[in-house]
Each structure stands twice: as C-alpha cells, then as structure tokens.
Ligand binder design. Structure first.
Ligand code: SF4
Length: 474
C-alpha cells in the first residue's frame, strides 16, 4: 500500500489531469443522479469509489476527500489525522515522527503538490472530518456541486485584554518559559513549581500532558497560577479531547480569567505513559485555532449555536522552522495566522543562520506584522543531552560546532548556559523576532541566569513578578 501511495504522489501531475477529466464526467452525471435520487446512487457509487481509491491512495473514505488539494497523498494516513499538515514532528529525513518506517504523509503531499497545477497546498483551512460522513462518496459530492469546503482565511482580531498581549503590542521583547504541572492534587505543588520563574519571565506556558504523560490538568494549573500573579499561557492539545470537550474547556478557561491559549495538535500517545490510550485528534492545531477564533470573534460554537458571552483570548500556535519540508514552513505559519494565531512559539533554535533564513521569508510575506514570533531556546547541559535532543526530539538541529563546544568544556552545564545566552542575544537582533521562549525541562533554575545574563529584559520588570505561593494575592 505504501509503495502505491508513493507512486501516486510521484505521478500527482498525471493523476491530476486524469482527475480533471473525470470531474467533467462526474458533472455530466448530475441530471442522471437527480433523476435516480442521491440516496439510491450513494451505496453503489461509494463501493466503486472505495475500491478504486483504496487501491491507489490507501483511501479511508472519510467522506471529505481532499486528494486533489493535497498532492494526491491522503491525509487520513497520518497517524494524528492532521488535515492541515505537516506537523512539527517530521524527522530530518522526512519520515513520520510516530511511524519512522513511512514518509510523513504531508511531506509527500508537499512533493506531490509541486507537480500539480491546481494542487498547491491550500492556504485556507481544510475543515476537520465529519465522522458521521465516513464511508460516504466524495464523488457524489462533486456530482452535486458540493466541493470540499474551505473556509476563507479569517483573522483573529478581538483583544484578550491580557497583559501578555499588551506587552507584545508595546514592542517589548517578551520572555516566556514553560512549566509541566506536577503529579499531584496539591495546589501548593503548582505554586512551588512556578516560584522559580517569578521575576524572570513575562508569561508561563503550562503544558497539556506533554509527551503524552499524564499530569495535573493545564486548565487547573493555569487557574491556580493566575491567582499568584502569573500570566499563564494555557496549552491545549487535540490528542485527548473531541471538539465538544475542546469548546467547553475554552469557555471554562476564559470564565476563570485566562487570557492566553496555545493551540497544539499534541504528541502521539505511543511514547507516553499510557500507550494504550485512545488518541482522539478530532481536530488538528489549525482547526483548533479556527475553533477558538470562532468562539472568540464570532461568538458561536462550530455548530453555529450562539454564545451568550464570547471568550476573550490571545491565540497562539507552535511552529517548527527546523523540520522538513523547509519550504512549506512559512506557508504553514501563514495558515495558522489565518486560522487565528496572533503569537507563535517555535521549537528549540540552535541554528541561528537557519532561523535567520526562515525569518527572511516570514518578513518577505509580512507574517511578522500579523503575528508575534517568539523563538524557542534552552540550555543543553551536557553532550549526552545534546545527542538525546538531536536523536529523540524531531525537528531539533544541534550543529556540530556547538557539540564540540560542549565536548571541550570543563563545565558543560555552564557552557550550555553560555550558548543559550549567546543565542538569545543573536535572536534579539533578527528583525521580526518578538521574544524568546526559554525551555529548560528539569533545569528550570537555569532560566533566571539565562534571562539575567542575556540582558533581555533590558531594565524592565518581568510580567510575572508574583508571589511564590498561591494564597498571597487572594
Ligand atoms: S510527521 Fe506528523 S503530519 Fe507527518 S504523518 Fe507523522 S504525525 Fe502526520
């Protein structure tokens, strides 16, 4: 099947020409289908379509075929069901982060789309699959003139009223970091974990089951942190919730006073501590953004039902400029911005020239004027950690020159901090970079010296200057 899929992508240009001709035939069948009735035509047509498309494309008959807009690579073969890919986890050799034995479906899609005249990857949103339409004929939709809908790019404009948004809009260079909630039901453990960031960062991402490991919920930890003077950024993934739960949690977050939401597809369950859990992935990061934007800007659920009071949130997304296909990355960022992202935090940057090239393209397309870009950095405290990051975290490129510096250092941790400080200082000089996101998993105590030595706060106070314990401001 994989070989057939790859063949279809390699011949995407020829298959597109066949499809365009076939589409005319389908259109010609409209009077006949009208006479027979769509209900009567649907079952036999769906059987023929499934037989043909399963053989050629490993089609899953989602009922909303996008093959002609995805380089003849079926997105249903993505283990996360990403409809607006590629995700940030593509490996350096272009294989899937979860199934290294196969090429990323969306890398293939990009390759195929370059061979097609109509098949450029759509900049607009590819809507999520409607699961109640699984098995239905997409050919019948073409016959009836119901092409796969693509939402027109929209822009999230409503203000969150939050402090992070005000800071970014003021032009200050922002500093964020992240906290993994504890394995505890004691609120004091959340406050203690956050205390190390006080006076050092402007806002704190709170992860949502990072790495598919179970922890106290992001929503609850954010609500607790808000009370202690912190500006939390709630991370939300699509892995564990369907669109009903997602919309409920977004409303709940806003009702609790949260103003920042980072929308992620999420890590696969395979590498977490519950590998047998059912991965949901009803939405992907782009459709999650669009869902949150719809709630905020249009004051309605995806179903169309109206809200009495709309949430006010600054929406953000993750980006990985360091994962292939590099040429597709600015387009994917544009798509996230169109779906609602007003700030972006990137994967770890260790290769400043690569980031600078990416930023050049971002500036050429004016994306930095529509979205605040915070570049991910972090201290690598040993050579072993550098090798682990390079091998195990898809999309992280750790240059040989930095490896050599760590190898030759008498105190590798100190050298790791020094490298990170230099990164921050270099990134600050790149036009369009609005801040840094300092990730220091298991070494949170290093964030303060990195921020202090880089001088990145430039004499101003960090937004998170609250109390280390939860009750202080209550
Ligand atoms: S790398 Fe990501 S987008 Fe690509 S197939 Fe794997 S899960 Fe899907």
């Amino acid at each position: 099947m994989l070989a057939m899929r790859r063949w279809a992508v390699r011949h995407a240009g020829a298959l597109e020409r066949v499809y365009i001709a076939f589409r005319w035939i389908l259109h010609g069948l409209r009077p006949l289908v009208g006479w027979l009735g769509a209900e009567r035509v649907q079952p036999p047509l769906a059987r023929v379509e499934a037989a043909v498309k399963r053989l050629m494309f490993d089609c899953h008959m989602c009922g909303r075929c996008v093959l002609s807009a995805s380089g003849m690579s079926c997105p249903m073969n993505c283990p996360k069901g990403v409809r607006n890919g590629p995700c940030g986890g593509v490996r350096a050799d272009g294989t899937c982060e979860l199934r290294p034995e196969m090429p990323c479906v969306w890398v293939e899609s990009w390759r195929g789309s370059l061979l097609m005249s109509e098949g450029r990857l759509p900049l607009g949103l590819v809507p999520p699959v409607e699961h109640n339409e699984a098995g239905a004929s997409s050919w019948l939709r073409v016959i009836r003139g119901e092409a796969s809908p693509r939402a027109a790019p929209a822009r999230h404009t409503a203000s969150s009223g939050g402090r992070l948004e005000a800071l970014l809009q003021s032009g200050a260079f922002a500093v964020t970091s992240e906290l993994s909630p504890p394995d505890s039901a004691d609120p004091e453990d959340v406050h203690q974990a956050a205390a190390v960031f006080s006076g050092t960062v402007d806002a704190l991402n709170v992860t949502d089951g990072a790495g598919a490991y179970c922890h106290l919920s992001s929503l609850a930890a954010c609500a607790l942190l808000l009370r202690s003077g912190c500006e939390p950024i709630m991370q939300m993934t699509c892995r564990d919730r369907n669109r009903i739960a997602i919309q409920s949690d977004i409303l709940g977050a806003a009702a609790l006073g949260l103003t920042n939401l980072l929308c992620l597809t999420g890590d696969g369950v395979e590498h977490g501590d519950h590998p047998g859990a059912k991965p949901v992935f009803d939405l992907d990061a782009v459709s999650l953004l669009d869902t949150a934007r719809t709630l905020c800007d249009e004051g309605r659920y995806l179903s169309g039902r109206r809200l009495r009071s709309a949430p006010r949130l600054l929406l953000g997304a993750a980006d990985n400029p360091f994962a292939p296909p590099f040429d597709a990355r600015p387009a994917r960022l544009a798509k996230k911005i169109a779906a609602g992202a007003r700030f972006v935090q990137t994967q770890y940057c260790f290769d400043v020239p690569l980031l600078a090239r990416y930023m050049q393209r971002v500036r050429d397309e004016g994306l930095h004027e529509r979205c605040f870009i915070l570049v991910g950095v972090g201290p690598v405290v040993s050579l072993k950690a550098a090798h682990w990051l390079s091998r195990r975290v898809p999309g992280v490129h750790f240059p040989d020159a930095l490896m050599a510096r760590l190898q030759g250092a008498a105190d590798p941790q100190r050298e790791g901090v020094r490298i990170c400080v230099e990164m921050v200082q270099q990134l600050r000089e790149i036009p369009g970079v609005a801040g840094v996101h300092v990730m220091a998993h298991r070494h949170q105590e290093l964030v303060a010296p990195i921020v202090a030595e880089s001088g990145v706060l430039a004499g101003r106070a960090a937004l998170f200057a609250g109390h280390p314990t939860g009750g202080a401001t209550q």
